[in-house]
Design a protein around this ligand. Sequence first.
Ligand code: 5GP
Ligand code: MN
Length: 366
Amino acid sequence: MNTISFTQLPGRPSCKVYHKPGQEKLTLKNVFDEAQNILIVGHQNPDGDAVGSTQALYRYLKISGKNASVIYPNGCARNLLWMDTDHKVRNFANHPEEVKRMVEECDLLCVLDFNRLGRTEALAPVLRSKQVRRIMIDHHLEPAWDDFDLGFSDTTVSSTCELLYHVFQAELDPARIDVHTAECLYAGISTDTGSFSYSCAHKELFSAIADLISKGLDTVKVHQRIFDNFSESRTRLLGCCLGERLMVKPEFHTAYMYLSDAELRKYNYQSGDTEGIVNYGLSIAGIRFAAFFTQREGRVRMSFRSQGGIDVNIFAKEYFNGGGHKNAAGGMSTEPLEAVLAKFEAVLPQFYKEHIEPHLLPEDFE
Ligand code: 5GP
Ligand code: MN
């Protein structure tokens, strides 16, 4: 078996830099210099970090005089659209032929905020079939290195946007970060940290934000655009979750919520509306593991969140065909919602014994 060797991003030992064997001389700067038509790709259900990082890189490349475009497998939430100032983003679900053509015409693929092509779901075969250099910049666990020619992976950062900031500093020209690029980077950082409530207790993050503020970033403006920009129906959907669909299992220090297809229709669900709802489970004293299930188009999407040493990446991988990070992961099932919830309840006692109980603190029992 070949062992994979890595270098480090200058000044950041926690960021692994991967080169495909035989391509050790590639640098990000050279790859961008050589490319004429760069396609930037976000993951399925692009969240604030996916949109923020792809739009920040797009802006940087545009300022650098490059021809670049952004594509997503499907649509993003309404409160993230402001980042696409050029209105050029295309999603595969709505514009399959146009996106196929964009992939066909590109000479470089940059994937951000995910680390295996499979995370683009229906778009993955289209990306795989194009023989072209692929770059990955991401903060999730366990990258599929083989999918890429050059990869930057740091699982200690809050977000891909934080990592991209460091990549700009170490590999590119940080003087080209303008106000909009700074806003997009901040958008990804603030969403992936739940407005600075997790994955953010390191001073490098705040130094980076201080630097972005010096470039003109207005953090209050970005916060309002993202977090004070929901539809009335989304706020009522949250009310339904908290009032009628919250299940608390104190004996397992676990809480979960669920929404059926019918409920999503009742509240006029728009993509992105359920983002962040899972975190309310963790806001209950003593709850250290939270899950959220939504049934849509014949599938159940799951979000898992935990605190401290409890590893929900393991849970998502072992039971629900998913993955992510230690404290934030997701999964998917094609079974009916009732069956998925029954399975969750059935596997919870064992997960509690092996992965929750050993990490509980005295205050969790008060
Ligand atoms: P969310 O619950 O916000 O959808 O996802 C939480 C985290 O887990 C995100 O970082 C997301 O990229 C990751 N994630 C969500 N679903 C999946 C999945 O099905 N597979 C993997 N590998 N990661 C996922
Ligand atoms: Mn992210």
